[in-house]
Design a protein around this ligand. Structure first.
Ligand SMILES: [Zn+2]
Length: 563
């Protein structure tokens, strides 16, 4: 946390941002203040269309300052409150969340005392940094008008629905502030203000509405704007070429996606696309197809097609919004890309902008207030629902289901405490074999990059796979290893994985990066004969990548996000 505060040029976490600085200023320097995020969503544990489809209202908390690789573990998302979601509509937000609010208030005001080796007894205050959720959930629990049909649907600004349909830039004069939010509440006029009731989280001393309520990139972008744009793009290319979608489907089916295979987008149904204007994809699959769409179809795109420009702008927006760290001025690039994307969308489709397009306008100013958006995405929280659903589905009784599910979760948490399990995931590795590295043909080329003790004793244990910090590495994956003097990224393909000093050490074959292939937003590479060794800590991006052969013969690597 201290090292994050010293970083000036890059944003990694919300503790570097304005909202957290305002909250932490209330405390003395003697105490430790830890941020947590609170997430709310409703989940249906029974068959969605059956007679017993009462949803559960789930509230989770997450320690906001953990590194992303620990935070993405479902075990590190903790269940805080569980109730029948209908009770919230029946008894109101305050009664539903009262037990949680009391706990959060106590943790913030009084905190807990812990004993550290360096400082002895220290008081730790735990403070809510952000309220997370999807748009409907956030508006519901924070007292704003639910649903996008309301005149004032936006909880960040005062724009009307009609104005937002032709709005391409954020209007700072319309932004809601805490002061005019309090004024709006006194008016008691939901139609004109968009506020139904005072946000219950304002009962927490450091909480301010609306600045401390988050946005959700997963629903706004992956399941929202990306879907609208890709539907328009696919329809356009289908009009130009009947074989476009069948060819895209067959290439998608044949492509080796490596580590992303679980998120392989399904084949696109032309009938569904044309009749319902819908793609049957999850947010993760949509993210995948936006990343690789250019690689798959670039040879079928006519020169200068504006719909392809729309796709490239979408790709740029997604790579910024999904980034785990960003330069402080990345918001400017993002706002330009969003403006151009939205203008082109309106121009090409002749449709008006939708509420999710409007939310993207606010992302530029929110970046300096809340840090990278991937850290507050609801994608992992939605995955956590599965653990609760498994309990609910395996239990035949429907008498007080929230209690059954909560007890099961508590028992799991108790087991974790008794077992003294860490929030970190221990390193695990697959079958191993002994290899004499000096007998490999490439040994002279990579021996110089090996640690001295491995060169002196080259008979080493090599593993088939290793899971380190929640990421699985296997041979044939591509790693981002370096950047050259011209600013081009350098890549390597994993050939062997060694365990050295309790961390993976990768022996990779080298690539020559020929250049940036801007039309597919990827780097064109060609394999070299030389090999090199690199430790996990020296990688530029810890996430493995994949090589994509293009139909036109080039081989490219597409980065996951902006770096
Ligand atoms: Zn707005």
């Amino acid at each position: 946390m201290q090292s994050l505060l010293l970083e000036e040029e890059w944003l990694f976490n919300l503790v570097q941002c304005d909202v957290w600085k305002r909250k932490v200023a209330r405390f003395s320097n003697e105490v430790i203040v830890i941020p947590i995020n609170v997430y709310y969503d409703e989940v249906e544990p029974n068959a969605a269309l059956g007679p017993h489809c009462e949803p559960l209202g789930c509230t989770y908390v997450q320690i906001a300052v953990l590194p992303p690789e620990w935070n993405s573990r479902l075990e590190n998302i903790f269940l805080a409150l569980l109730f029948n979601a209908h009770d919230r509509s029946l008894y109101g937000n305050y009664r539903a969340f009262k037990p949680l609010l009391q706990e959060l208030k106590l943790l913030e005001l009084e905190g807990i005392e812990i004993v550290t080796k360096e400082k002895g007894p220290v008081r730790v205050h735990i403070v809510v940094a952000w309220i997370l959720g999807d748009n409907k959930g956030l508006n519901g629990i924070c007292g704003f008008m639910e649903g996008f049909t309301a005149i004032h649907f936006c909880r960040i600004c005062h724009v009307t629905k009609a104005d937002s349909e032709q709005m391409f830039e954020e209007d700072v004069n319309l932004l809601r502030t805490h002061e005019d939010y309090l004024l709006d509440i006194t008016k008691n006029d939901p139609k004109q203000t968009g506020i139904k009731e005072k946000c219950i989280f304002n009962k927490l001393p450091s909480f301010e509405t609306p600045s401390d309520i988050c946005v959700d990139e997963f629903h706004d972008l992956s399941e929202g704007v990306a879907h609208y744009s890709m539907v328009a793009i696919l329809k356009h290319f289908h009009r130009l070429n009947d074989m476009f979608i069948p060819t895209l489907n067959s290439r998608l089916y044949a492509l080796d996606l490596g580590i992303d295979n679980d998120n392989r987008p399904p084949g696109i149904s032309t009938d569904r696309l044309l009749t319902k204007s819908k793609l049957k994809m999850t947010g993760a699959e949509m993210y995948m197809i936006v990343r690789i769409f250019g690689v798959l179809v670039y040879d079928m795109i006519p020169d200068g097609d504006p719909f392809y420009d729309l796709y490239l702008l979408l790709h740029d927006i997604m790579s910024i919004i999904r980034a785990k760290s960003l330069p402080r001025d990345a918001g400017v690039i993002l706002s330009v890309a969003v403006k151009e994307h939205n203008q082109l969308y309106v121009h090409l489709t002749k449709e008006t902008l939708k509420p999710k397009h409007h939310f993207l306008l606010h992302y530029k100013s929110l970046l300096s207030k809340m840090g990278p958006f991937s850290g507050v995405s609801s994608i992992r929280f939605e995955a956590k629902h599965r653990m609760l659903k498994l309990t609910a589905e395996s239990c035949m009784s429907r008498v007080n289901l929230p209690k059954t599910v909560a007890i099961k979760q508590q028992l799991g948490f108790c087991f974790r405490c008794v077992a003294n399990a860490s929030i970190r995931q221990p390193l695990s590795a697959g079958p191993c074999q002994t290899v004499n590295l000096s007998e490999l043909d490439c040994f002279p080329s990579f021996s110089r990059s090996l640690p001295c003790d491995i060169v002196e004793s080259p008979i080493q244990t090599v593993v088939n796979w290793v899971n380190f910090k929640g990421t699985k590495y296997q041979p044939q994956q591509i790693l981002l290893t370096d950047v050259d003097d011209d600013g081009l990224f350098q890549f390597g393909k994993i050939q062997l994985i060694l365990l050295y000093d309790e961390k993976p050490l990768f022996i990779c074959s080298d690539f020559d990066t020929l250049g940036y292939f801007s039309e597919v937003r990827g780097y064109e590479v060609t394999p070299l004969d030389s090999w090199f060794a690199i430790g996990h800590g020296k990688l530029l991006d810890y996430h493995p990548l994949c090589l994509y052969p293009m139909p036109t013969g080039e081989t490219v690597v597409v980065l996951r996000t902006l770096l």
